[in-house]
Design a protein. Structure first.
Length: 367
């Protein structure tokens, strides 16, 4: 195996694989990437057994072949080389090493047997489900922060629901739920699709460049393709909670507030929240919202902002960080805040949003 390529061409592809290759060394081979050198291009693959990525780039190939080598070390080598320089890669069959040369620089990197590399599923794209990357990335940003990191495996991802005229993403960690819907005419399907996408997979999709993203699946895997990059993700085999039942209905207390003013007030008051609970107490009054937090080891903080509210007085506590996560993903100037009573979940929605329908459900807490 031997090929030559300009630094920038291979560096971009090696960098995209850094989020995929295993760093904990539970299996040494998972820290490697598989390089398959064909006649005019090189395909590189990385996997952690749950999520895999395949990408390819054109190269000046002198000898075809396949080799597996450390993804991190190869990336560091190429990154350290001068800009615009040609880099040569050659496999030494005698000592299972890859030789990397560029100008006066020369490196020898240990390889592992290529037959030991795990097989990554071959992607197929037959459903012709397509969506602009920018639109899908924006939807991921609305739900990513509410994905759990816990033993309940089915919560360690977001539910994707594909219908003939709409795409939905939902996430929850048991304390809050984030939901987003985008209507579209580009989803040519006859039957609804419901799958849970792993958090790591969603994060890798966010790194895709602009363009169109294609989606398909088989019995065990989800496939996402954008340009020359294909992401393969194992399906999370679990039933996602009934999110429709969680969304509060019939909320008589409705408050409209300025997003920036509310966000800044929450940040100020939460400076005095208890470290673990991050609790902030909200007191609703006519056209006014009071915020309060206290910590016996530090002191207390109070603030108030003008809002649109004509209901009765109401006092309720929430985790301040959960507010900030939602507000950081919202782009509208105003937020609609709905409540049933002091003990029920709140429903927050961007006010006046176009293109997307977002809902954020937040459980209250005792303060």
């Amino acid at each position: 195996m031997k090929f030559n390529v300009t630094k920038e061409i291979i560096l971009e592809e090696l960098q995209i694989l850094q989020g995929i290759v295993e760093k904990r060394n539970t299996m040494p081979i998972l820290a490697n990437i598989l390089m398959n050198v064909a006649e005019t291009e090189v395909e590189i693959t990385g996997t952690d057994l749950e999520v895999g990525m395949k990408t390819h780039f054109p190269a000046e190939v002198e000898e075809t072949g396949t080799v597996t080598v450390s993804g991190k070390k190869l990336f560091e080598i190429v990154k350290s080389l001068p800009e615009g320089q040609s880099v040569s890669f050659k496999e030494n069959h005698d000592d299972l090493m890859m030789q990397v040369t560029s100008g006066e620089s020369e490196f020898k990197v240990l390889c592992l047997p290529k037959d030991d590399y795990p097989q990554v599923a071959e992607a197929k794209f037959e459903k012709k489900i397509k969506l602009p990357v920018e639109d899908f990335r924006g939807m991921i940003d609305r739900v990513y922060f509410a994905i759990a990191q816990e033993q309940r495996y089915y919560l360690n991802g977001a539910l994707m629901v594909i219908k003939p005229k709409s795409l939905e993403l939902v996430s929850t960690d048991g304390h809050r739920m984030s939901y987003v819907l985008r209507k579209t005419d580009s989803l040519d399907i006859s039957k609804e699709i419901r799958v849970i996408i792993a958090k790591k997979t969603l994060n890798e999709i966010r790194k895709f460049g602009d363009g169109e993203i294609e989606f398909d699946m088989d019995e065990n895997n989800l496939f996402f393709r954008c340009g020359r990059r294909t992401l393969i993700s194992r399906i999370i085999e679990s039933k996602f909670p009934n999110f429709e039942a969680v969304i509060p209905k019939e909320n008589p207390h409705v408050m409209t507030l300025n997003k920036k003013m509310f966000e800044e007030a929450v940040k100020r008051v939460s400076l005095f929240s208890a470290e673990r609970s991050k609790g902030v107490k909200l007191t609703l009054e006519k056209n006014r919202l009071r915020l309060f937090s206290s910590n016996p080891e530090i002191g207390e903080a109070r603030d108030k902002i003008e809002v649109e509210y004509k209901g009765p007085g109401l006092e309720i506590g929430f985790n301040a960080q959960y507010f900030l996560d939602f507000l950081g993903a919202v782009e509208t100037d105003k937020i609609r805040f709905e409540l049933k009573d002091e003990n029920s979940a709140a429903l927050l929605q961007p006010d006046g949003e176009t293109g997307l329908e977002s809902k954020y459900v937040l459980m209250p807490m005792k303060i």
